[in-house]
Write a protein that binds this ligand. Structure first.
Ligand SMILES: [Ca+2]
Length: 429
């Protein structure tokens, strides 16, 4: 089972790495001529950046996990770590692990399973945490967002009073769940990435909870002030049968059926046109940033603004897996271009801003984990313009990156023996 999963997940970056993206050598400046509606500079391609020869940090393995996916810090500096097969661990900073009971049933297959974990802004009052996972049900899987209380009073920690507060309906086949969570800086709202499940066109359908970033209350309801506030969805929804592979969007069969509307309305949507968002974080200025897996090429870092359309599957700096081209984001001013992109891909997973004291030279930088690129990438910002500043080869697929309350950077490696790494300043170096 684990072997099957590993192969399936690894295939996409491998395929993408084999191709020769059609616009990898296109000068970034050429994009600016046609983007008359956008004042922003053309994004730079960092796909060909090379890793640095030395690392200004020491990476210490703290613990190992079976296919870890995400980690979150509790106020007492312990961590919660998810394993995609459906296990949750409470972990001390020195690597002592306790399994947490009460995890909901997940469908562990392909890119699905237990995914993200986030500690509620209200944790100090009510010990609530949020989980995302692929929820099995009629018709297939759907991304689910659940909230539960973490009870650490007994011999074994436990999730209690678990409640699904939002779910992606209708369910169906396909990976690319997204599932990342970020909270607004004031702690009032929950932002959730919902991937397009390898179904392409629903990312542009306002009535389907696919390919969107949602802004919800902490109870999972549409947040007030969203761009589509007050609007309701259609009463029927087109069912898109996903292709068996990630072929061209144009070949995806579309079958219309009359059925109850899904639980997405425009009132929940913050932004549209995303493929597989695998990173979501606010910076200290309150700006929301997102990393997104592109197709064959075209991984993106996006500055997320309400009501914007980020273009998938109509525009991308990558191309489809069957080598059919996709229009450039620079060709259509309706769509928001990424702030930067990677072509060839890095396969981004995890996005964290750093404001700690252990690495003062990195304050204000963001860090991105790389799966196919087996890299840790530092993003520096010139105002709102990001650039890839440094890249280090970590020798393993990096599944998650978080800035710890101790000032260290914490990484999770991907795979059946994925390590939790603590990155500290290497003063000897
Ligand atoms: Ca895009």
């Amino acid at each position: 089972m684990v072997r099957h999963i590993t192969v399936a997940v690894a295939m996409i970056p491998m395929l993408a790495g084999c191709g020769s993206p059609q616009d990898a050598n296109q000068p970034a400046a050429s994009a600016s001529a046609s983007a008359s509606a956008s004042a922003s500079a053309a994004p730079v391609n960092y796909g060909n950046a090379t890793p640095a020869k030395t690392k200004p940090f020491k990476a210490t393995p703290v613990a190992s996990f079976d296919t870890p996916w995400a980690l979150a810090f509790l106020p007492d500096r312990r961590m919660l770590v998810t394993e995609k097969p459906g296990r949750l661990w409470l972990v001390t900073a020195t690597g002592q692990k306790q399994q947490v009971s009460g995890v909901p049933t997940v469908h562990f297959e392909g890119q699905g399973g237990l995914l993200f974990i986030a500690v509620s802004p209200t944790y100090a009052q009510n010990a609530q945490v949020y989980l995302t996972y692929s929820e099995p049900g009629e018709g297939g899987d759907g991304l689910a967002l659940a909230r539960a209380t973490l009870d650490t009073s007994g011999a074994q920690p436990a999730l209690k009073d678990l409640q699904v507060v939002w779910r992606q309906l209708p369910r169906g086949k396909g990976g690319q769940f997204g599932g990342y969570i970020a909270f607004s800086p004031d702690g009032r709202y929950l932002f959730l990435t919902s991937g397009e499940r390898q179904r392409f066109t629903p990312a542009q359908d306002p009535d389907q909870a696919l390919g969107k970033i949602l802004r919800l209350t902490l109870d999972g309801k549409p947040a007030p002030g969203n761009p589509g506030a007050g609007k309701t969805g259609s009463t029927t929804v087109g069912i898109i049968d996903p292709p068996e592979n990630t072929g061209a969007a144009a070949k995806a069969p579309v079958r219309k059926a009359t059925m109850p509307a899904p639980n997405l309305t425009p009132a929940e949507t913050w932004s549209t046109g995303h493929r597989n968002p695998y990173g979501l974080a606010f910076d200290a200025e309150g700006r929301l940033w997102e990393t997104e897996m592109g197709p064959q090429g075209g991984d993106e870092l996006n500055l997320i603004e309400p009501g914007r359309n980020y273009g998938w599957p109509l525009v991308s700096y990558g191309k489809n897996y069957d080598d059919t081209p996709i229009a450039s984001p620079a060709s259509d001013p309706r769509f928001q271009k990424p702030a930067l992109y990677w072509n060839p891909i890095i396969a981004p997973a995890g996005l964290a801003f750093y404001y700690g004291s252990m690495f003062p030279q990195w304050r204000g930088s963001a860090f991105v984990g790389g799966l196919a690129s087996t890299a840790l990438i530092r993003i520096a910002f010139d105002g709102t313009t990001p650039r890839e500043a440094e890249r280090w080869d970590m020798g393993a697929r990096i599944r998650a990156v978080m800035a710890g309350p101790d000032g260290a950077l914490w990484l999770l490696e991907d795979g059946s023996d994925g390590r939790l790494l603590r990155l500290t300043a290497d003063r000897a170096g």
